[in-house]
Write a protein that binds this ligand. Sequence first.
Ligand SMILES: NC(=O)c1ccc[n+]([C@@H]2O[C@H](COP(=O)([O-])OP(=O)(O)OC[C@H]3O[C@@H](n4cnc5c(N)ncnc54)[C@H](O)[C@@H]3O)[C@@H](O)[C@H]2O)c1
Length: 261
Amino acid sequence: MLLKDRVAIVTGAGRGIGKAIALAFAREGADVVVADINLDEAEQTAREVRELGRGSLAVKVDVRSREDVDDLVAKTVERFGVIDILMSNAGVSSMECVIDMPEERWDFNMDVNLKGTFLVTRAVAKQMIRQCSGRIICTASAAGKSGTPTQAHYNASKHGVIAYAKSLALELAPLGINVNSVCPGTVRTSMQEREAAWSAELRGGDAKPEDIKEEYVSFTPLGRLEEPEDVAKVAVFLASDYAAFMTGQAVNVTGGLVNTE
Ligand SMILES: NC(=O)c1ccc[n+]([C@@H]2O[C@H](COP(=O)([O-])OP(=O)(O)OC[C@H]3O[C@@H](n4cnc5c(N)ncnc54)[C@H](O)[C@@H]3O)[C@@H](O)[C@H]2O)c1
């Protein structure tokens, strides 16, 4: 087991990529605190972690709220004593061209994806500094390495996550804490369902969400949709001792969609 007896927090673990990561961490021997704005879904993931024989706790958290995030850290330390791994994964997206974009959409994407990353990593880093050890992994995106029409706000937030994580890595390296990002491509989750529907609508005509998903596959050199478990396996690696000498990296997991640094 790669993560035997480690304690992990995963945000946005009620569903999708975060849930797959929470379960993968548990299969590798970690206890997992499941943090999500949707408590019902967080509790379901926590039950599945316990079915794998590991400890778990579901905590309702809006990553935009400092109070919620502080409460998450306090509850984790009270129950498990330490925080070895943070997977800062909660995120949102929407689609609109810049000239039509309401300010609220810009703020929503920035607040959850970028400010949420700041609030969660800052709170957990304080605990990890006391321990002189820890692993922080942020879910960024292929969108953090390129531009996409109709997602300028989302892409800007994910470029921000990568730059933030690289900077945090340099601040925390002398304190024994590694910080890396994982950059998925187009992953089969509810976010992808929403984006395929929005894309079809924005395109007008006869375009259907299924056509958009076929396009995702055709753009992907490895020739299939990405699964949440594809991301989870790399998250396990980054959380494990195998990645002990990696920090400040933004690792692509895209089936070859992104082939630049
Ligand atoms: N699906 C993709 O194609 C894809 C690609 C690249 C990166 N990502 C990133 O992966 C991460 C997970 O995405 P997903 O596809 O699993 O999305 P999803 O919408 O399926 O799941 C997101 C989870 O985050 C939770 N969440 C949303 N806002 C929150 C908040 N304010 N506080 C706490 N929890 C909150 C949701 O309740 C949900 O459980 C996001 O950061 C996303 O940007 C997704």
